[in-house]
Design a binder for this molecule. Structure first.
Ligand SMILES: [Zn+2]
Length: 461
């Protein structure tokens, strides 16, 4: 499991390390995760159900949304719960959780779980699901992120590079930002090499220039951005510097995208399945390339239209139950992705195996110059802060090279002055003076992929 020596915090002691409190806790979690990944499906489920009962009792007594939901469905939590009990619990849609507002938060969080902080959806200006996190959920987030590094045996002494969403002004092109280490996941436990990051609002030409200058060994980005870079390099007859591994985050990765990325960077490609509300859902198996559900963190079900569990090979809706977030419990929450289980993995891990995930696909913004870019839509709450009008949903649709439509599900339509303010803001965010057309629908429906998208381009690529 550990191929690299952890850092010791005692003077004069190098080996074996005596780590500090945080690092010791993370190493203790890895020790348990190293064992539990090999448990049988039954053994894993037994522990999940014990943890689930703790969460259900807490939710039924301290979270208004679940108090009401469980009363409506006459849910009584028995002393011992089994898998069949889980299947009888009501499913909550994203919209139901969103409409519950503060009712989805616990009013009596155990003090040991640490203070609340609020999740912020990257690149989404509309109102996302409001979800709080705690020190405990952060601890688990760090642990599963570290597990991904350990599974794939990454060399921490190498350079880590990321092209991803950051707020305006952070890691902007051309220089990006650099750090002496790999940051909060790895650096408190292991000596690492440097890391560098670039805001995904950079043009493709700027990204190429940055990659050539920084030469990261590991590259992290969104699949849609990596594929756009691959096309750009091909069209411009540029060879991009090879990397050891490209890591995909934030969107679903198709097999065609995977192959194109692997060819462009002459590298292996790994993927992560996560969501903003729950963190890591599945990591790619280092042996088979399928995905393993992070069962110590989440119960992940795949169900058909009738609500019955799908057998391996059948595509259905992903429904998750987060096991450790007592601030905003998500119990049988429809995350909006489709996926399909596979048979148990050849690697021998007991963690359930997912073959395919049909999740978020992101369109790129097309500019009249012929270039395309990652659509920067501003930050959550921008429109409300500028106009005072609360938003329920937001979607930006590019109809042509000149026109972009803003669909706002708002408490009331914006008046002409407010539209002028938002037009100027969006033109700045999108980086081009598009004509902005407003519409105020009652609801924004999910796209054909089943996922709600905050940006759509109707221009064929
Ligand atoms: Zn496996």
């Amino acid at each position: 499991m550990l191929k690299q020596q952890p850092l010791s915090r005692l003077r004069g002691i190098h080996f074996p390390a005596i780590p500090d409190g945080h690092a010791a806790m993370q190493l203790a979690l890895q020790y348990q995760l190293e064992a539990s990944q090999w448990w049988s499906a039954d053994q894993l489920q037994a522990q999940q159900l014990l943890q689930l009962r703790e969460l259900l009792v807490h939710s039924a007594t301290t979270v208004p949304y679940y108090q009401q939901l469980f009363a409506q469905h006459d849910v009584q939590i028995p002393d011992h719960i089994d898998a069949a009990f889980l299947l009888r619990l009501p499913i909550s849609s994203r919209l139901a959780i969103q409409q519950a507002e503060q009712g989805i938060e616990s009013h009596a969080l155990p003090a040991e779980h640490g203070g609340k902080e609020y999740g912020k959806t990257s690149g989404s200006t509309g109102r996302p699901v409001r979800f709080a996190r705690t020190a405990v959920t952060r601890t688990f987030w760090l642990a599963f992120a570290l597990r991904d590094h350990l599974w794939h045996e990454r060399d921490f002494s190498a350079t880590l590079g990321a092209i991803r969403w950051y707020a305006r002004g952070v890691a902007e092109a051309p220089s990006g930002a650099s750090d002496p280490n790999w940051g909060v996941i790895v650096a408190p436990l292991f000596a690492t090499g440097p890391s560098c990051s670039l805001n995904i609002s950079a043009t493709l030409a700027q990204q190429v220039e940055w990659l050539r200058r920084e030469q990261p060994s590991y590259l992290v980005s969104f699949p849609s951005n990596l594929v756009a870079l691959a096309h750009f390099a091909q069209e411009s007859a540029i060879t991009l510097p090879a990397v050891r591994e490209v890591r995909c985050i934030g969107e679903s990765l198709s097999e065609a995208q995977r192959q194109q990325i692997a060819t462009t960077w002459q590298s292996r490609v790994t993927d992560i399945y996560s969501c903003e509300e729950a963190g890591y859902l599945a990591l790619q198996c280092p042996v088979s390339g399928d995905y393993h559900v992070q069962s110590e963190n989440v119960i992940l079900e795949i169900i058909d239209e009738q609500g019955s569990p799908c057998p391996p090979g059948k595509i259905g809706q992903v429904v998750i139950t987060t096991l450790h977030n007592f601030a905003t419990p998500l119990i049988r929450y429809e995350v909006g992705d489709m996926a399909e289980f596979a048979d148990p993995c050849a690697c021998g891990r007991g963690l359930p195996t997912i073959r395919r995930i049909h999740g978020r696909k992101r369109s790129r913004l097309r500019l009249p110059t012929g270039e395309s870019q990652f659509p920067y839509l501003g930050e959550h709450g921008d429109i409300t802060r500028a106009t005072g009008v609360a938003l329920k949903q937001f979607q930006c649709v590019q109809h042509s090279l000149e026109e972009v439509e803003l669909k706002l599900v708002a408490e009331r339509p914006l008046d002409a002055d407010e539209q002028a303010i938002v037009t100027e803001m969006m033109q700045g965010n999108l980086g081009h003076p598009f004509t902005i057309r407003f519409s105020f629908p009652e609801e924004i429906l999910r796209g054909p992929s089943g996922k709600y998208e905050d940006f759509l381009s109707l221009i064929s690529n």
